[in-house]
Ligand binder design. Structure first.
Ligand SMILES: C[S@@+](CC[C@H](N)C(=O)[O-])C[C@H]1O[C@@H](n2cnc3c(N)ncnc32)[C@H](O)[C@@H]1O
Length: 299
């Protein structure tokens, strides 16, 4: 079947091996996936032209193969690939040739991976819809920028600023922003998320997004301190992370969902919504890759 969605259509020719599973996830969650993919298709084509869909499909295939290889290595070694953060910064976050395809894949896993699709519902229905009116939002590790842009699209009353450590990722976000029509309410900047609370910065936000960042840090406790420091009393945070999922730039290994919950509770936050779904493990393996999402409020 040739799909009407341009991303799926390209997957069917440029990433055939991964298309059936992506299509099944999309078909089972069509309304939710279209909420993400329809505006994304508009922005992608506006920013990069029609070739964006084939490029995204090829990037998705390369990424899925890379993830699978890393997971197999993880099963052998029993731990994530021992790369130091400065090596990851130089070899991944600062490398445009790696980062741009990675950003396409990072957004496409939301509608196409069964373990990620529940995060779209959590983000849209439990986070975005619950933000106070006129909320100011902060996105940490905004990457491709699509979560902030979708927030702006869904909530015309809010303003957002997104920070990411990767210059090529911020360049992608800015290209999509340029054509999105949200330039007056959204801004992206290159910044280390962990440096935010330094220099006496006491700014408060009614919404904070920290999606798929914690597993990229040496110690995610510092991320939870940033969340607690910058979240307004009436604010809510969207947090997500990967567990037992090896990737080239994953450095902190979460094994138990309770570890992330405990880190949140230790800084005075409480979990008001929670979702966690498993991905396909290596057959006979000891690790079960999962993706966890939480909505947090102050205690
Ligand atoms: C898997 S991507 C997630 C992107 C996006 N948040 C999402 O959910 O699709 C991880 C992102 O974390 C960023 N990152 C890693 N360490 C960071 C740090 N210390 N401060 C800010 N961004 C960071 C990377 O550059 C990359 O864009």
């Amino acid at each position: 079947m040739i799909h009407t969605n341009p991303f799926l259509r390209s997957l069917e020719t440029k990433a055939r091996m991964f298309a059936p599973s992506a299509r099944a996830t999309f078909d089972a969650n069509e309304e939710l996936c279209c909420w993400m993919l329809d505006p994304l298709a508009r922005w992608a084509e506006g920013a990069y032209g029609k070739r964006a869909f084939d490029d995204a499909a090829k990037s998705y295939a390369t990424y899925c193969l890379g993830v699978w290889k890393c997971q197999q290595l993880y099963e052998k070694t029993g731990r994530y690939t021992p790369q130091q953060i400065p090596d990851v910064v130089a070899g991944v976050y600062e490398d445009e040739g790696y980062m741009v395809p990675y950003m396409w894949a990072a957004i496409l896993i939301y509608p196409f991976w069964p373990s990620m699709v529940s995060h779209i519902a959590l983000y849209r229905d439990d986070f975005l819809k619950s933000l106070p009116p006129e909320a100011q939002l902060l996105e940490l590790a905004s990457g491709h920028g699509v979560l902030s842009l979708l927030a702006a699209e869904t909530r015309p009353d809010i303003r957002l600023e997104g920070f990411d450590i990767s210059p090529p990722a911020v360049a992608v976000a800015n290209r999509l922003l340029e054509v999105s029509g949200h330039r007056n309410r959204v801004a992206f900047e290159v910044k280390d998320a962990l440096s935010l609370r330094l220099n006496g910065n006491r700014r408060k936000y009614q919404g904070i997004i920290a999606a798929m960042l914690a597993e990229h840090l040496e110690d995610p406790h510092s991320l939870f301190s940033v969340l607690a420091h910058h979240l307004a009393d009436n604010g809510i945070a969207f947090f997500s992370t990967a567990l037992e999922s090896a990737q080239r730039d994953h450095t902190f290994e979460f094994h138990h969902e309770s570890e992330a919950v405990k880190m949140a509770e230790e800084v005075g936050l409480r979990v008001t919504r929670f979702a966690c779904d498993a991905a396909t493990p290596v057959p006979g393996g000891r690790f079960l890759p999962r993706a966890l999402g939480m909505v947090l409020r102050r205690r």
